[in-house]
Ligand binder design. Sequence first.
Ligand SMILES: [Zn+2]
Length: 211
Amino acid sequence: MYTVDDFIRTEIEEKVLPALREIEEIYQEIVEEWSSKLGVPRPRVLVTMQNIDECKCSEVCESDDACRLVTGEYYPDTATILLNYRSTLDTLLHLYVHHIQCVQVGVEKFKQIREAERLRLPWSLRPTEIRAVALSKRLYNTLCTQRVIKLWTDYVKSKIKTLDETYSKVRGIVKTALLQSMPYAQTRDLMKRLVTSRDDRAWTGKDTDRL
Ligand SMILES: [Zn+2]
């Protein structure tokens, strides 16, 4: 009998989480290379499916302002770069530069500066952001080498696509199971039939409701 535990193991633990970890490993490899090059301690990289960005601007910025494009955050206490899985190399570099800033002034001082800026200024007027953008530009050619760009293009891009496809299917199963109180064994059989018919789109949106 295919149970909810089987579903969690085969779909979440064996597909979604490993796909996230694979993206994470490539980003980790990139920041380790950057740290060796610059002689900076290595930060940790965590990749998330949650939508996050650096914007803490309330109503003052537009939806397409730069703060929304930095789809991640740097956590100084644990020297961790948290990134949305669809982030670009530019975002990784921007957050890595915050790590450099933190190493330069020390964790406590960096936290104080960032908090003071966040309380009073929108993202585009915060000195640590203005300096991070400038330093990213200066470091780009040194850090984003052909090898690093190729690593991102060859591996990360394809893994983002795989994760998107997996998410679409798994979300469809959860939605069907929740909304229609359907046992997971039945939703899995339904999934198999749909995969066989190669109609992946049926797992999202209105098509799912029609099933
Ligand atoms: Zn920033």
